[in-house]
Design a protein around this ligand. Structure first.
Ligand SMILES: Cc1cc2nc3c(=O)[nH]c(=O)nc-3n(C[C@H](O)[C@H](O)[C@H](O)COP(=O)(O)OP(=O)(O)OC[C@H]3O[C@@H](n4cnc5c(N)ncnc54)[C@H](O)[C@@H]3O)c2cc1C
Length: 459
């Protein structure tokens, strides 16, 4: 049982945050200690901020008393980033969910951090605009979480990641000071780029309270191809060939045979029994060009012994196919609630070697794996179907990450490090870089109260 919050702190919280605003009842504490990892850490208090002044007040108070603060969006993260591992206060942004202003001419939108990604897209559609980062969790995850994890989704092949679609941020530092970064222009080379530094910093440097997001015009038309292959090798060679042709698809998604078996089992989809890999390839553009683009992609994809190519007839059919793809994570979670879900990334040309290596590791350790993901970026979700903990399967994960590093890849393409991947950081980040990163954390948060014990290995 951890120490209760000091009485003097609780008295000051009543006076400075408002009566009853800092929740300390067991039900609320239990609700805000989870995320998508299934791990639980009990906070000592939960604060639902309603505006930036609330965030300033909470951080100033916690800074004075040295109480840890863990920012939280929707809790959909996969690495324990929003879990209060040292106790302290969970700072939820769920009530800071206003879309403040859309500027269609300069193509930006100002939002609070608790806005849900999917709701922002719905709001922007009538303006003929969208915000390109499209994590598969878009219906629940918040912009604050997207910024902190530099999230992305299928569309990253063409549009890039969150970091590419932010003009400026307002954030609160650990001691309560307000920080402004960037501005309203698409070009800006004045001083160091603190906007980009904050994006992907996993809530360790500052709490974002407002973001100015860059927008893109919605494409007039889209076409989706679903291609089946008898082997993973053929599918991954097809991906490399497709991207080698300068065709710029929006999305190239991959599912391996084990993932297809899951979809068949869940009756999410009916598929040719011989299929051991599937690609979804989406292209977009002007109405008069999009069919030709789809046809040129199809020609390349068929060269690798495709078993079957389905071109979605209309938007409704495309939506049904995408839905089956989105059902995969929840289906997996049902089947193996404690599965270990990695999101490694390699250069696209090395995908065939990655898949070979994963098969070899899976067979040697007799560890069933389901692999799928954003193949157009070389980003594969490697799921170990086990009820063991990360610590118990450490040697297997070590081999997976060593394979990825040998192929010039990276430990995480989009989920981040959080607590889950801390033990492996040194496989990618060298000592000089780590020293600099720790110094940056100290400059932002000298008392170490913001999201402690995340990302960096324990020192
Ligand atoms: C079914 C499913 C599918 C997913 N698919 C994808 C995918 O395709 N691509 C992808 O990238 N991710 C995906 N994810 C992971 C997850 O949805 C993303 O990481 C998402 O951006 C997290 O948003 P959140 O609001 O849930 O943040 P949380 O999980 O609440 O928090 C994540 C991190 O953000 C920090 N944070 C939150 N708000 C702020 C703020 N205002 N200021 C500073 N720090 C803050 C937290 O401290 C924490 O470190 C998926 C998850 C699920 C469950």
């Amino acid at each position: 049982m951890e120490q209760p919050l000091p009485n003097e702190f609780l008295a000051q919280a009543e006076a400075r945050l408002g009566r009853g605003r800092l929740a300390t009842d067991e039900v609320t504490l239990a609700t805000y200690g989870w995320d998508n990892t299934g791990l639980y850490f009990r906070p000592q208090g939960v604060f639902l901020a309603e505006n930036r002044q609330d965030v300033v007040a909470l951080l100033s108070l916690c800074h004075e008393f040295g109480i840890p603060v863990t920012p939280r969006g929707a809790g959909s993260g996969n690495v324990g980033g929003c879990l209060p591992v040292q106790g302290g206060i969970v700072l939820s942004t769920q009530r800071m969910n206003r879309i403040l202003q859309v500027n269609p001419v300069d193509r930006w939108v100002k939002v609070e951090p608790g806005v849900v990604n999917g709701e922002l897209q719905n709001h922007l559609r009538p303006h003929g605009l969208f915000w390109p980062p499209d994590p598969s969790s878009a219906r629940t995850c918040t912009i604050g979480g997207n910024l902190a994890m530099c999230s992305a989704g299928p569309g990253a092949v063409r549009y890039g990641v969150t970091r590419d679609w932010v003009l400026g941020l307002t954030a609160v530092l650990a001691d309560g000071r307000l920080l402004q970064t960037g501005g309203l222009t698409s070009k800006n080379v004045v001083g160091l780029d603190l906007t980009r530094l904050l994006i992907g910093s996993e809530g360790m440097l500052a709490v974002v309270v407002e973001a100015t997001l860059r927008l893109a015009p919605l494409p007039a038309a889209k076409r989706l191809l679903r291609v089946l292959y008898g082997s993973v090798q053929n599918a991954t060679y097809a991906v490399a060939a497709l991207l080698n042709q300068g065709l710029a698809p929006d999305a190239v998604e991959f599912l391996d045979g084990a993932a297809l078996d899951l979809l068949r089992k869940g009756k999410a989809i009916t598929l040719n029994e011989a299929a051991r890999a599937l690609l979804l390839v989406e292209v977009s553009g002007r109405v008069e060009e999009v069919d030709d683009l789809a046809r040129r992609c199809q020609e390349i994809l068929e060269r690798f012994d495709a078993l079957e190519v389905l071109r979605a007839g209309d938007e409704a059919e495309s939506a049904r196919i995408w839905q089956a793809r989105s059902a995969l994570s929840p289906t997996l979670k049902k089947l193996a609630p404690r599965r270990i879900n990695e999101d490694v990334v390699v250069p696209v040309s090395r995908l065939p070697e990655l898949m070979d290596g994963l098969t070899e590791i899976s067979q040697r350790w007799q560890m069933p794996m389901v692999n799928f993901g954003h193949a157009g970026n070389g980003n594969i979700h490697v799921n170990l179907l086990t009820s063991q903990t990360v610590e118990q399967v450490l040697p297997i994960l070590q081999e997976v990450f060593q394979l990825v590093r040998k192929l010039d890849g990276s430990l995480s393409g989009e989920h981040g490090i959080g607590i889950q991947k801390r033990p492996f950081l040194s496989l990618e980040v060298d000592e000089v870089s780590l020293q600099l990163q720790r110094a940056i954390k100290d400059a932002f948060d000298p008392k170490g109260i913001l999201n402690p014990d995340k990302v960096f290995p324990a020192s």
